[in-house]
Design a protein around this ligand. Structure first.
Ligand code: G1P
Ligand code: ZN
Length: 543
């Protein structure tokens, strides 16, 4: 079939960030917009001729329609084969796994992660390369360059593919294989975790609630936790993916997963609680009466991973994003393994994982994962916790208390200031940047700065340098504050303030985090003259 060439105009590209291109759904729905970006991807990777791809998304509004568009365009661009999740669904980690297992040239993932879904909410598309990870900067730059100049795309006229039926079909000569989205992912999990032990844990009466937040992990969690591991029906709640995530904000943190948090803090709490986000790569871990910060979760997982079969040989190293607390560094130091600090965004972990330098990675934003795929993986983190709980036979609270007793506690919280006028946000960050070199020695709200810099990352694998990755300010007494602007927001600027306070092994580990962080917070607010710059000092969200 001859491809049809459609004339179009360049889109207001916006450089795809660490998570691909994210826009309001209606922007993507404008005639030619999605098409333009998809063509830019195919051009940016040097063409699709003869290549194979995985395509799937988190099921949000426009997911299925966009997939039909992509299939036709892939065919017109000469792709040989596309593997699609049934009903267009694939969690991000499952897509990463499929790209690797099926050895495809790459994959297109449709998601705006934890952002709300719906016609008036967010949509996104990102490209992952053959290692299963997000495209590196060289490729996203090439895609971006295409979006700003592209004036035509190609497609074919063909009937829509029946995405509900498993099996192989074709679009204009290109093979399309619709597969069960869970099967291969579940098979991978059985190689990493002791499913017999986990079955025995549930059989012994261990109770859990997993909140899938009406997002893509529902089918995965049901299949693994309830069907394979025997957790009672109803363990997984909000398990059916909805186009608008039930009107919620599918972000697994104490603010957006409040119902789960309330249950876990109540008298009727199960032993263990967890949640995952829109596309299934983030996780929240909470024990009975005990929330676990993502930074602490990373540290506990690193310290105990050897208890799971997939990590019994030990870890090569642990990597964390710069704003993540230093808790995992302490574990790596004790284990005598590599310890890495990377810029925000999962793609920086890819090189370390590919090179075998790190085994487990994590971000303060509720992303944890390992070398089993090249994305963070929500359900994986939950299963590793379960495997640790099954081996240690202690509660989450006991494990944390024990951990802090050995390593000390890194009190931690992130404060987000959302929808700030971009010029105000830039001015605030700019004014701190200008003063970085003179800050040490100065005191703010009674706390002296000991060091300050702007984080730059020298990739130890490919030698690339990423500058301007956030401002770091250390204070006396083991406190640190980090300032950076979000790269994933879709409205104005989001200022993220990351606060951290170390309390050593002998210190009090029972404080409320916000109380423990009050000192460093006051110092930071004064240091950046927050009130004057943005007209407020109270954040919209504290996690
Ligand atoms: C946020 C998180 C970051 C994560 C990214 C994609 O990015 O902070 O850790 O990698 O989403 O999930 P940000 O909005 O801060 O740029
Ligand atoms: Zn996500």
């Amino acid at each position: 079939m001859t491809p049809i060439t459609v004339e179009t105009t360049p889109i207001d590209g916006q450089k795809p960030g660490t998570s691909g291109l994210r826009k309001k759904t209606r922007v993507f729905m404008q005639p030619g917009y999605l098409e333009n970006f998809v063509q830019a991807i195919f051009n940016g990777i040097g063409g699709a001729e003869g290549k194979s791809f995985v395509i799937g998304g988190d099921g949000r509004y426009f997911n299925a329609t966009a997939i039909q568009t992509m299939l036709k365009m892939a065919a017109a661009n000469g792709a040989a084969k596309v593997i699609v999740g049934q009903n267009g669904l694939l969690s991000t980690p499952a897509a990463s796994n499929l790209i690797r297992q099926k050895k495809t040239d790459g994959g297109l993932i449709l998601s705006a992660s934890h952002n709300p879904g719906g016609i008036d909410e967010d949509f996104g598309v990102k490209y992952n390369t053959s290692n299963g990870g997000p495209a590196p900067e060289g490729i996203t730059d090439a895609i971006f360059a295409e979006t700003t100049s592209l004036n035509k795309y190609v497609t074919v006229e063909a009937p829509d593919v029946d995405l509900a039926s498993i099996g192989t079909t074709e679009v204009a000569g290109m093979a399309v294989e619709v597969i069960d989205p869970v099967t291969d992912y579940q098979a991978l999990m059985t190689t990493l975790f002791d499913f017999d032990k986990l079955r025995a844990l549930f059989a012994s009466g261990f109770t859990m609630r997993f909140d899938a937040m009406h997002a893509v992990t529902g089918p995965y969690a049901k299949a693994v936790l309830e069907e394979a591991l025997g957790a009672p029906a109803g363990t997984v709640v909000n398990a059916v993916p909805l186009e608008d995530f039930g009107g919620g904000h599918p972000d697994p943190n104490p603010v957006w997963a409040k119902e789960l948090m309330d249950l876990m803090m109540s008298d009727t709490s199960p032993d263990f609680g967890a949640a995952s986000d829109g596309d299934g790569d983030r996780n929240m871990i909470v024990g009975r009466g005990q929330y676990v910060t993502p930074s602490d979760s990373l540290a506990v997982l690193a310290a105990n991973a050897y208890l799971a079969p997939g990590y019994a040989a030990g870890l090569a190293g642990v990597a964390r994003s710069m704003p993540t607390s230093a808790a995992s560094d302490r574990v790596a130091e004790k284990l005598g393994i590599g310890s890495f600090e990377t810029p925000t965004g999962w793609k920086f972990f890819g090189n370390l994982l590919d090179a075998g330098m790190a085994t487990i990675c994590g971000e303060e934003s509720a992303g944890t994962g390992s070398n089993h795929v090249r994305e963070k993986d929500g359900l994986w983190a939950v299963l590793l916790w379960l495997n640790i709980l099954a081996e240690r036979r202690q509660s989450v609270a006991e494990i944390l208390t024990d951990h802090w007793g050995s390593y000390g506690r890194d009190y931690y919280s992130r404060h987000d200031y959302e929808a700030i006028p971009t010029d105000q946000a830039n001015a605030l960050v700019g004014s701190v940047r200008e003063r970085l070199s003179v800050l040490p020695g100065q005191s703010f709200a009674g706390l002296a700065v000991t060091a300050a810099d702007e984080f730059a990352y020298n990739d130890p694998v490919d030698g690339s340098v990423s500058k301007g990755q956030g401002l770091r300010i250390w204070f006396e007494g083991g406190a640190r504050a980090v300032l950076r602007l979000s790269g994933t927001g879709t409205e104005g600027a989001t200022l993220r303030v990351y606060l951290e306070q170390y309390a050593d092994q002998a210190a009090d580990h029972g404080l409320d985090a916000q109380v423990a962080l009050a000192g460093v917070r006051a110092a930071l607010v004064e240091l950046c003259d927050m009130q004057a710059h943005i007209g407020r000092i109270d954040p919209d969200v504290m996690t």
